[in-house]
Write a protein that binds this ligand. Structure first.
Ligand SMILES: [Zn+2]
Length: 57
């Protein structure tokens, strides 16, 4: 996963270390913009989709 604002790579290690749950706002460690990630429904291929989005004020 990458920050949509600065392309900083945000790995699952970061998510787990910070104990960030889906749909909870967190801050990009590089550009400090507010972000949120969510896990979408599985596709027909069986893989779930994880997306990061920028949280508007
Ligand atoms: Zn960023």
């Amino acid at each position: 996963m990458k920050c949509p604002n600065c392309d900083y790579y945000i790995g699952w290690g970061f998510i787990e270390d910070e104990c960030i749950d889906p749909n909870v706002t967190f801050v990009c460690p590089k550009c400090e913009i507010k972000l949120r990630y969510y896990i979408g429904e599985g596709t027909y291929q069986g893989a779930s989709v994880t997306e990061i989005e920028i949280v508007d004020k």
